[in-house]
Design a protein around this ligand. Structure first.
Ligand code: ZN
Ligand code: ZN
Length: 348
């Protein structure tokens, strides 16, 4: 089979390798679609502490495929079943796993990070993943592409749960990339009365409109706070989500929220930029709730998949470019350039 191996920073090689061996409690899937995520790009550029130097790894963690081999001890799956594999495999027994927060497990394994992921024609699904719920059957109404895209959607579902968007709420999402689009879809489903999206790219602001945005603001051209206050009659937004990695936006987010507003600091900061000034008096006197979420639990993934399967959101429209595995570097370049939304590696 063909696999795209990450060997180190800026070093990915397409290799012809034997099919992954599976044990009696594992499964093998034929990967059908794997979406390129910002995390893949970050690993490609900066490496990852879970990939020791000298190791090689198949990246890709937004995966959907078809089961082609089942170990004799595996129950509950059949050959030909279509599955998606939420990436974070918790240890199963720590406090966070017991609470169902497997994305916070200190000893997690993850497809495309600590074990081989979806940028290959076939992928082993180890017994741990099967036992802990990381092999979810795809509803008939979803394509493989849509199922792979349930991963980013699930991360925004986790964020939604933390800010509890209520019907009628005004929601501001800063960052019009694919994750911004997922936030838009989830908040629309939750009944947001007005969804405002800000970004510095007109191309992305134009594309994100189709997901249910009411107002777009180019914050490179217009002062963001002035524009937000104009759109909210000077009140500010009930929910603010910072879907970008800009420290100044985190600082500003406190001024964009209405009293009792909920703010999710969704995008992590690059190394060296984590210390961000926040006016805590705004939090105090405006009774703001400042929260954050990272990744998603299996339950979030399952729920995201149900939302996608309902057909009430247009998740498929997130896929704006398709590549075959030989062209993975072009797919990464496409994702980096910020013109389109999601790039997918498709394997027939
Ligand atoms: Zn991802
Ligand atoms: Zn755990």
């Amino acid at each position: 089979m063909k696999a795209a191996y990450y060997y180190g920073k800026q070093d990915i090689r397409i290799e012809e390798v034997p099919l992954p061996q599976i044990g009696d409690s594992d499964m093998l899937i034929k990967v059908k679609a794997t979406a390129v995520c910002g995390t893949d790009l970050r690993i490609f550029k900066f490496g990852h502490f879970k990939i020791p130097e000298g190791d090689k790894r198949v990246l890709g963690h937004e995966i959907a495929g078809e089961i082609v081999k089942i170990g004799k001890n595996v129950k509950g799956y059949e050959l030909g079943d279509r599955i998606a594999t939420p990436p974070n495999i918790g240890c199963g027994h720590c406090t966070w796993c017991i609470k169902g927060l497997n994305q916070l497990c200190p000893d997690y394994e993850a497809f495309g990070i600590s074990i081989d992921g979806g940028f290959a024609e076939y992928m082993r699904v180890p017994s741990d993943a099967i036992d802990r719920g990381n092999a979810i059957l795809i509803p008939d109404s979803l394509s493989y592409e849509q199922a792979a895209l349930c991963e980013p959607l699930s991360c925004t579902y986790n964020a939604y749960e933390s800010v509890n968007t209520a019907p009628g709420d005004t929601v501001l999402i800063i960052g019009a990339g694919p994750i911004g689009a997922c936030h838009v879809m989830i908040n629309k489903m939750a009944g947001a009365g007005k969804i405002i999206v800000a970004d510095i790219s007109d191309a992305r602001l134009k594309q994100i409109k189709q997901f249910g945005v009411d107002v777009t603001i180019n914050s490179a051209e217009t002062d963001l706070k002035t524009a937000v206050m104009r759109e909210t009659d000077g009140i500010g937004c009930d929910v603010v989500i910072t879907a970008c990695s800009v420290p100044e936006i985190q600082t500003l987010s406190l001024e964009l929220a209405a009293r009792c507003g909920r703010i999710n600091l969704f995008g992590g900061m690059p190394k060296g930029k984590e210390i961000v000034p926040l006016n805590t008096n705004l939090i105090h006197y405006n009774e703001l709730q400042v929260v954050a979420t990272t990744g998603s639990s299996i339950e979030d993934f399952y729920q995201a998949m149900r939302i996608a399967a309902s057909g009430k959101i247009n998740l498929g429209a997130l896929a704006t470019a398709r590549f075959n595995i030989d062209d993975i570097i072009q797919a990464f370049d496409y994702a980096l350039c910020g013109q389109g939304m999601k790039a997918l590696i498709i394997m027939d």
